[in-house]
Design a protein around this ligand. Structure first.
Ligand code: FDA
Ligand code: NAP
Length: 445
């Protein structure tokens, strides 16, 4: 059954992770300042409740950015939705400051996000997966004023809502090596805690983790801590874990100002961002966990009972099922011969692909312009560049690494970015309201 609504929202947000939560706050703070004709918005989230990478909420895992890079502070330092305001509301502000540490645990940051979300529950609907965006039937007779957004509800029905602007913020996409399929014993790190909870720990006597990034390091340590009888093997393509560069000069690439330098920079400048600073985020781990893992290995060597093993310069070629067991076929750059490892579970902490809106856009994609490499062109205000016959705004929060730089998939810039998106939507609406009806197409072309 399709439930069609008549209201046209100024903003429909797809996904309600930190990015669109930050946008919802930005819109709310704007609404508080206008008396007439406030911006209307509706957000749809496929999870049943708010959750920020819930399957990687490992005990002790800490944030990788300062608590000041919260949902709002860099845009509006006096917002009531700041992390400091959250701490104050919990009676923990003084004790947090006494820790003298910029980095809360991921568990505490998750509490903060839930706390902020609880004041915005009127604009978000959970258990609602957006399945596509399309033109309304009226578009056949002229320039469409809005698009239709199809939402699959918890009961399996389709609800169609109308939007003058859509903000796509569906997050990173888990990446498995080619040819390897997930199953009950072959997991991606993004599903880790849910999968781990499904298996009796006593049956996990031999486990393996693939990758050398932060997720791989955290899961390797978690396995070692939680499965005291198990053999734990870390399989990594590099010689060892490398440290994430979070030193002050390198950290500047995540500043809001760096977005302009990336966006308006020459190709050579953009290449340099990636060439010199990819190691701030990708395939790297925090120094604390690297040291912890090395200490564990060394202590086991001293004690003579080794159960944390490393297969470095090694990749997984295939995984074969044999009952509950999985046979992992390895290619090592050190050993000439192919190798085999039998495990009870294997986790691929092999990273993520960036957000790609193409499948949600469907037929609308033909209005979206692409660059010479086939990637979507994106304006500075994160709006997809479209042909003039689509005056509806489609904005991206994420998936703009090629245009806006390394912070696109991270929290670093979400307060500023969502403020820029809100400003763009509000300003474009004001401009549109000045254009007489019927003159829209002429004004846009
Ligand atoms: P996010 O992925 O959080 O949210 C997207 C939401 O969209 C999800 O809730 C999803 O369910 C929903 N969704 C997807 N498709 C949908 C559909 N069709 N319909 C409806 N809903 C849909 N960065 C950083 O700066 N500091 C850090 O400390 C960390 N830590 C960190 C830990 C882990 C384990 C990971 C994997 C990543 C990080 N990151 C990070 C990077 C991470 O991308 C970032 O923290 C945020 O999650 C980005 O927020 P978004 O809202 O953009 O995506
Ligand atoms: P990642 O940084 O992209 O690391 C993926 C790792 O998998 C890399 O070492 C990669 O090696 C390796 N890999 C990829 N394909 C492989 C293959 N076929 N065989 C063997 N190895 C392979 O991914 P991530 O660790 O999941 O991190 C993603 C993001 O989440 C980062 O921003 C990270 O900071 C964040 N994160 C944060 C926390 C936290 O806040 N505590 C926790 C976890 C993750 P190559 O480099 O050779 O491709």
């Amino acid at each position: 059954m399709i439930a069609r609504e008549h209201q046209i929202y100024d903003v429909v947000g797809i996904g309600f992770g930190p990015s669109n939560l930050s946008l919802a706050i930005s819109l709310e703070e704007h609404r508080a300042n206008v008396l007439t004709n406030p911006i209307t918005s509706a957000f749809f989230e496929k999870q049943p409740r708010f959750g920020w990478h819930p399957n990687m909420l490992l005990p002790d895992a800490t944030m990788q950015i300062s608590f000041l890079k919260d949902l709002v502070t860099f845009r509006n330092p006096v917002s009531r939705y700041s992390f400091v305001s959250f701490l104050h509301s919990q009676g923990r502000l003084a004790r947090f400051v006494n820790r003298q540490d910029f980095f809360p645990t991921r568990a505490e940051f998750h509490q903060y996000l839930e706390w902020a979300e609880s004041s915005l529950s009127n604009v978000v609907t959970y258990s609602s997966a957006v399945t596509g965006i399309r033109l309304p039937p009226e578009a056949l007779h002229g320039t469409p004023e809005y698009v239709e957004v199809d939402v699959r509800t918890a009961t399996g029905e389709t609800r169609t809502v109308n939007a003058r602007n859509v903000v796509v913020s569906t997050g990173l996409v888990p990446r498995m090596p080619d040819g390897i399929k997930r199953d009950a014993r072959v997991w991606h790190s993004s599903e880790f805690l849910a999968r781990f909870a499904e298996v009796d720990p006593a049956r996990l006597r031999r486990v393996a983790v693939v990758g050398a990034g932060q997720s791989a390091a955290e899961i390797t340590k978690f396995f070692h801590d939680r499965l005291p009888e198990a053999q734990v093997t870390a399989i990594m393509p590099s010689y060892g874990y490398s440290v994430a560069d979070d030193t002050p000069f390198a950290n500047q690439i995540f500043d809001a100002a760096a977005v302009d330098e990336y966006y308006f920079g020459a190709d050579g400048a953009r290449d340099a961002f990636w060439r010199y600073h990819k190691n701030t985020n990708y395939g790297v781990a925090d120094s604390d966990i690297i040291r912890d893992l090395f200490e564990i290995q060394y202590a086991e060597e001293v004690g003579g009972a080794k159960r944390l093993h490393y297969r470095n310069l090694t990749k997984v070629r295939a995984v074969e099922q044999a009952g509950d067991e999985r046979i992992v076929h390895l290619v090592s750059q050190l050993e000439g011969e192919p190798q085999q490892l039998d495990v009870d579970a294997i986790v691929f902490a092999t990273g993520y692909d960036s957000l790609d809106p193409s499948s949600l856009l469907g037929d609308l994609d033909r209005f979206c312009l692409r660059d010479e490499s086939g990637r979507h062109r994106v304006e500075r205000d994160y709006r997809l560049v479209t042909t003039p016959d689509l005056p509806v705004g489609i904005y991206l929060q994420g998936g703009t690494e090629h245009t806006h730089g390394l912070s696109s998939s991270l929290l670093s810039n979400i307060a500023v970015r969502s403020g820029e998106i809100a400003d763009s939507i509000i300003q474009r609406r004001a401009e549109r309201e000045l254009v007489p009806a019927g003159a829209l197409q002429a004004a846009d072309s």
